[in-house]
Design a protein around this ligand. Structure first.
Ligand code: 3HC
Length: 675
């Protein structure tokens, strides 16, 4: 059956797309739409047309899998021009998400009707692109420059109500009567002339809005090419240029972005993120366990943050602490976080009580007996964890999933403390756990497939990006991080400063460098707590109470506004260690910092892959993007390694005395890339 079908409803021609899962506008869809419009135009008994989609959504955009290949006719811009030029009204009937090219098709139609739950947007910027089928030119002409900037350069879809107020939607349909309402609307406007045509409208320039928008979003856009290109196109739409000139400019900018490495990286991550949810030997139809209530042990920063994910998703949580004051403090922080979000308008005020109402604080582990999933977020110590899992084994109901939030301990050993290792799994959240999107799901040797599938699905439900890791110290993320940390510390001892090393990482696009990260996380994390035992720079800092931001002193000094400045005391400590080590002090170039911190991460990534600890290179990329803020426009460490050139990475590693991972070496020699 064709993906596009046409059906006459009296004098209205209904053109329906059925191209699951999201009605992407691939070649067959475009060709079918073209034929449908031609049919409607040619038939004198037809007075108006409706374009609608079957399944879960209106067109969610161009077919991204076609990008980079020769485009089959008709291209999207041509198709949209043809719709706009039809001499009979064409009505777009929208449900689900009209995104990207889908939104642009709708804007090429003369009228748009949508169900109240629909959303409209141009998220191309998130793929390193811009709406390249007239979106940057038609949106400002209909909705003004200000909203056009928001929609194109930020890329978040807008609700129908907002779209309607801005003129992007003409009419609301009943939630369950879209097609009937669209046909009625088409009949109503069948004789209206002239037809409203977006490309014939004029947009008013708004330089103040542009300047304010750029200023507000400078941080968000740092390092990305696409936002500026989106802004330039929107400005072009309102600068007095003709529509044709605007379209030509949009096309030129679109092609520049499409050919660039940033968009390739961002498209890679789009698919990598979805691929990561799939586990090679776990069938997609594996029956999931029902998770109605979650238990969390530990009401500290981590336990509280973890709990919030479930509460926000409407899943009740029982949270356990050992002391009443710690429990009160923990739940108090959670409430404050929710209130903060409400004050910033991120959630509705009533959502605070809704979420907190789902929380049951307790001092007794026995209260976890009715939980379907129990996540432990206590002190990182194997003995403590094993003792706890032994207790949980006795308390938890049969079939309950027992998870550890450990960030580097052996999940198999933890599981061995229970008589049900098949129910044990690692769920490694990243701090702050209610914000960071990564969830490393650690698959133990005996973890059951349905446990794994359940945790992956649950991860998606609480809006995380779950990635599977095998059991190895630090799993995927922290194992690679430790390579970076070791190298950064070595360089301190050879003449580099924390500021210099951090700056190189920030310039690369990371949110912060290794020492800024230590200060934020706490220099004392994992410290042996003996102030007389000073074996490293970090020991020396910890012994002096320089525990990072929380003490206003760490690798940096902090003022009362938490603004960092280089610390003379830290410089002294580093100098003492360097002198003791006998290292020569020398200038270390920014290039060397990249080669010695980032190349070893790629090297470790290759080992992780070869050992089967990650299923695929792209999973490693997803871990680094969502867990550590690796710049998405560089596509993650393994994608970046491809763009850098694997031979260059091997040469750099060898130059600095690293043992190169066999897989990396082999790929470099064969001229291959990480897939
Ligand atoms: N092209 C090709 N495949 C797509 C696609 C697209 N535009 N959008 C989604 N898919 C695929 C996904 O890869 C996934 O495949 P899989 O099942 O094999 O993994 C499947 O459709 C379902 O997608 P999700 O898992 O993401 O489903 P959700 O229901 O969670 O989300 C969605 C649906 C909101 C539509 C989301 O998929 C999405 O945001 N898609 C991308 C939208 C987008 O960026 N559109 C702009 C494209 S660029 C463009 O239009 C250029 C034009 O201006 C010229």
């Amino acid at each position: 059956m064709s993906v596009i079908t046409t059906e006459r409803q009296g004098d209205v021609l209904v053109i329906t797309s059925d191209n699951p899962p999201v009605n992407a506008l691939g070649a067959a869809v475009r060709q079918g739409l073209e034929a449908g419009i031609k049919e409607g135009v040619a038939d004198p008994s037809i007075k108006a047309m409706v374009i609608t989609c079957a399944g879960r959504t209106f067109f969610a955009g161009a077919d991204i899998t076609e990008f980079g290949k020769p485009m089959q006719e008709p291209g999207l811009p041509t198709l949209i021009e043809m719709i706009e030029a039809a001499d009979k009204p064409v009505v777009a009937a929208i449900h689900g998400t009209a995104l990207g090219g889908g939104c642009e098709v709708a804007l090429g139609c003369h009228y748009r009707i949508a169900v109240p739950s629909a959303k409209i947007g141009t998220p191309e910027v998130k793929l390193g692109l811009l709406p390249g089928a007239g979106g940057t030119q038609r949106i400002p002409r209909i909705a003004g420059v200000k909203l056009a900037l928001e929609m194109t350069a930020k890329g978040d879809p807008i609700p129908v109500k907002v779209a309607q107020a801005a003129g992007l939607i003409d009419r609301l349909a009943g939630e369950d009567s879209l097609l009937a309402d669209a046909i009625a609307f088409a009949r109503e406007v069948a004789d209206t002339r002239p037809l409203p045509i977006a490309s014939q409208k004029t947009a008013t320039p708004d330089p103040d809005a542009v300047a304010a928008f750029k200023k507000e979003n400078a941080r968000r856009f740092r390092g990305f090419d696409a936002p500026a290109a989106n802004i330039a196109c929107v400005e072009k739409a309102a600068d007095g240029s003709s529509f044709a000139e605007g379209i030509a400019f949009e096309r030129q900018e679109f092609m520049k972005l499409m050919m660039g490495v940033q968009s390739a990286a961002q498209r890679h991550i789009f698919f990598a993120e979805r691929q990561a949810a799939k586990i090679d030997d776990v069938p997609a139809d594996t029956k999931l366990r029902d998770i109605k209530r979650v238990g969390v042990i530990g009401a500290g920063t981590m336990g509280g943050g973890i709990s919030m994910n479930f509460l926000s998703a409407g899943i009740p949580v029982t949270i356990v602490e050992m002391q009443q004051d710690a429990l009160d403090r923990g739940t108090g922080v959670m409430r404050k976080n929710y209130e903060g979000s409400a004050a910033k308008g991120r959630i509705k005020p009533e959502a605070v009580d809704q979420a907190m109402g789902l929380l049951t604080p307790t001092l007794s582990l026995d209260d976890l007996a009715d939980c379907d999933l129990i996540i432990e977020a206590v002190y990182e110590n194997m003995d403590v964890k094993k003792e706890l899992f032994g207790k949980l084994d006795a308390i938890a109901k049969p079939g309950a999933i027992l998870a550890s939030n450990t960030s580097y301990l052996n999940v198999d050993e933890i599981a061995s403390a229970t008589k049900r290792p098949e129910d044990v799994v690692g769920m490694h959240f990243f701090s702050p756990a209610n914000v960071m999107k990564l969830l490393e799901v650690v698959r133990g040797a005996k973890t059951a497939k349905d446990v794994l599938a359940t945790v992956m699905a649950l991860g998606k439900k609480i809006r995380k990006v779950p990635v599977v890791s095998g059991v190895c110290p630090g799993f995927i993320g922290n194992r690679m991080l430790s390579q970076r940390q070791i190298a950064a510390n070595e360089m301190l001892m050879q003449g580099a400063t924390p500021q210099q090393i951090d700056k190189v990482h920030v310039d690369f696009g990371m949110p912060m460098g290794p020492f800024q990260m230590s200060d934020l996380a706490g220099v004392d994390i994992g410290w042996h707590r003996d102030p007389t035992r000073i074996e490293s720079i970090r020991d020396a800092l910890a012994a002096e109470g320089r525990w990072g931001q929380k003490k206003n002193a760490g690798f940096y000094d902090y003022d009362e506004k938490r603004q960092p400045s280089p610390s003379p005391r830290v410089a002294e400590i580093i100098e003492e260690f360097r002198a003791k080590s006998g290292n020569e002090k020398r200038d270390i170039s920014d290039e060397e910092i990249v080669e010695r911190t980032l190349y070893p991460m790629v090297n470790e990534g290759a080992k992780i892959l070869a050992e089967g600890m990650a299923q695929r290179a792209s999973d490693i990329d997803v871990v680094w993007i969502y867990g550590y803020g690796w710049p998405v426009y560089r596509g993650g460490p393994m994608f970046w390694a491809n763009t850098e050139g694997l031979s260059k990475i091997v040469a750099g590693l060898e130059k600095h005395g690293y043992e190169v991972a066999p897989l990396l070496k082999e790929k470099a020699e064969k001229g291959e890339r990480f897939a």
